[in-house]
Design a protein around this ligand. Structure first.
Ligand SMILES: O=C(O)C(=O)C[C@H](O)[C@H](O)COP(=O)(O)O
Ligand code: SF4
Length: 609
């Protein structure tokens, strides 16, 4: 085992000992306390079965067989989730094939961050993750399931499903992916049209045509953003069927992988021959694997929030220092847009997750001995699924099929994972440098301060940013306005950078997993908005013209202001809380949320987890 990975794992196990022990006691009590429907009253059971009379006789007589709860995030707003429309009816048929039954336990909401990007709805995005966790708990709280299948793919949905499902961690569960859409307009070509539009050199019709060519059908968008990082993570945690992550929707292979997952669930149930409850699958080593996979593939910065939140739901504590230490040791094996030109279909064709997992296992970066849903250990996930006639089978991953996209651990794109923690008098922030040219890892320039991303776009259009500049956008933290992604800033800041200016962004908000190219110090903590103690983060002290240094080489984030003047400054006043688009309904979440490094979750903070 790589010594740094081993040391961080030990650090997490030791730090988590009390909370992990409490968690394991909970799921053992739950397993012994209520699993199995015989404990439910007859009226309760009759209500539970009335919705699916076609399976009632089977469910009435089940003593050892499994009733599978389907928790689905289907809707037409996410191209990735639209594929789930007919999944439940198919999965019920496949459940019957193995003497089990399946019912839709409940639906969970799913926001498409692509639709809300740059608009007020984005301020609901992060807390939609808590809402999904609450909805998952509501679905599973019927107590009529001995296992569950979680149908979710995108940004906040997989983290939310897991945060809720882990509180029912005595049950076996399998994540059911849908797969990426076939490639359309390449991401770099799409980004180029956006930059031309930002410069007034492309019309709105030209831009709309380009965007529709990029996002052209059902399936997950093909950039390596948060959604596809979720899929990677489910592989290295062993929560998918092996190699299910990036098989395209509507294919026979996709269908057989879903069918295999349904057939697998009863086997890993409490009455099965290989009990594998979710709460045991998600242990400290699986969480470290998630962090290692994130770093080795250049995944989304949003997982610096999601992995801590998922871990907390299982009694495990991981912090940004752990990520920083792992990043210094874990090599970068993949270049997928925004960290390269290829999309996830190109990544899959080059060898995909089976190649990455085999490489990281053999080089000692991933924990092999985790409890996966597939039955063995993580070794199985170094093999790729394929069809032998109609039969699903797996073949060990071979060498990379394209070394501009995937490289072996012995010859990586970079010796480290490209995520850094920056610290200094402005606070503690994260930066992803795997998508940033090396000569832009250090930017020192005068600040231009904003409290809203739309103001930045206005200033850019007015030509006020045509210089070296560190754009500071604050009051974007979890408690201020729900910590929106500020991805709409990527094209204008990219244009300024293309024009030769030294440009960086500093914010207590987030970026999209699809953001790249411009150095961004994000998730700055403490956030600008004062906490319950009345004290806000130092990002609120920055003034226009202050010299700011973002230094990903040294790991520092500094306002170059004399210490005595800095200490004497009065923080900027917070803008009033916005209303409209439902934002006022999420005031409860904003009020309860704790800091980004702990996962920025209201429900985990409120539950004292
Ligand atoms: O990966 C993430 O974290 C995302 O949130 C992706 C967002 O959905 C982007 O908004 C979609 O990418 P664009 O089409 O460039 O807007
Ligand atoms: S990947 Fe992002 S933009 Fe694409 S469907 Fe999912 S949430 Fe929407």
């Amino acid at each position: 085992m790589n010594p740094a990975v081993s040391a961080v794992t030990d650090r997490i196990i030791e730090r988590s000992r009390p909370t992990r022990s409490a968690y394991l006691s909970l799921i053992e009590r739950e397993r012994d306390g209520w699993i199995g429907r015989p404990r439910l009253g007859c009226a309760n059971l009759a209500h539970a079965y009335a919705g699916t009379p076609e399976d009632r006789d089977a469910m009435k007589t089940q003593t050892q067989a499994m009733n599978i709860g389907l928790v689905t995030a289907y809707n037409d707003m996410l191209s990735a989730h639209a594929v789930y429309y007919r999944y439940p009816e198919q999965m019920k048929v496949w459940a019957r094939e193995v003497g089990a039954t399946a019912q839709v336990a409940g639906g969970v909401p799913a926001m498409c961050d692509g639709v809300t990007q740059g608009y007020p709805g984005m301020e609901l995005s992060l807390f939609s993750r808590d809402t999904i966790a609450l909805s998952t708990a509501i679905a599973l709280s019927h107590g009529t399931f001995e296992g569950a299948a979680l149908l979710g793919i995108c940004d906040k949905i997989v983290p939310g499903l897991l945060m809720g499902a882990l509180r029912f961690g005595h049950l076996p569960m399998i994540l059911i992916p849908g797969g990426p859409m076939p490639s359309g307009l390449p991401n770099k070509a799409k980004a180029a049209v956006r930059e031309r539009f930002a410069e007034g050199q492309a019309t709105r019709d030209e831009l709309l045509d380009a965007e529709i060519q990029a996002y052209h059908t059902q399936g997950t968008c093909t950039f390596y953003g948060t959604a596809n990082t979720n899929q990677m993570m489910m592989e290295v945690m062993g929560l998918h069927m092996p190699g299910a992550a990036f098989v395209n929707p509507g294919t026979k292979l996709r269908q057989e992988l879903t069918r295999a997952a349904v057939h697998r669930l009863p086997r890993i149930g409490v009455h099965g021959d290989d009990y594998r409850p979710l709460g045991r699958c998600v242990d400290e080593k699986a969480i470290v694997n998630a962090a290692v996979g994130l770093l080795a593939t250049g995944g989304s910065t949003n997982h610096l929030l999601h992995v801590p939140a998922i871990a907390r739901a299982a009694g495990i504590v991981i912090d940004w220092e752990d990520f920083d230490r792992l990043s210094a040791a874990v090599p970068l094996l993949a270049r997928v847009y925004p960290n390269g030109s290829a999309d996830v279909n190109g990544f899959e064709a080059a060898g995909g997750m089976p190649f990455v997992i085999r490489e990281l296992l053999d080089a000692g970066y991933l924990h092999r001995d985790i409890m996966t849903v597939a039955g063995g250990d993580l070794t199985d996930y170094g093999s790729a699924p394929t069809l032998d006639g109609d039969a699903l089978t797996w073949a060990p991953a071979g060498p990379t099929r394209d070394d501009t996209i995937l490289r072996p651990a012995a010859a990586p794109f970079s010796p480290d994972g490209g995520m850094r923690i920056l610290q200094g008098n402005i606070g503690r922030a994260c930066i992803k440098v795997s998508a940033v040219e090396r000569d832009r890892w250090v930017v020192e320039a005068p600040a231009r301060v904003f409290a809203d991303q739309l103001e930045v776009l206005e200033a850019f259009k007015a030509g006020e940013l045509e210089r070296d500049v560190v754009v500071v956008v604050r009051f974007q933290g979890p408690r201020a306005n729900g910590m929106p992604e500020l991805h709409k800033l990527t094209p204008p800041l990219g244009v300024l950078q293309n024009r030769g200016f030294r440009v960086a962004l500093v914010t207590d908000g987030r970026m999209s997993g699809a953001s790249g190219k411009v150095p961004c110090a994000i998730h700055c903590s403490p956030e600008a908005l004062p906490g319950r103690d009345g004290v806000g983060g130092a990002i609120a002290l920055i003034r226009d013209g202050d010299l700011i240094r973002v230094d990903a080489e040294a790991g520092t984030l500094e306002a170059l202001v004399p210490a005595d003047e800095w200490a004497a400054r009065t923080p900027a006043a917070a803008p009033p809380a916005a209303t409209g688009m439902g934002r006022e309904l999420f005031g409860m979440f904003r009020g309860l949320a704790d800091e980004a490094e702990k996962g920025a979750s209201a429900i985990l903070a409120g539950a004292g987890l």
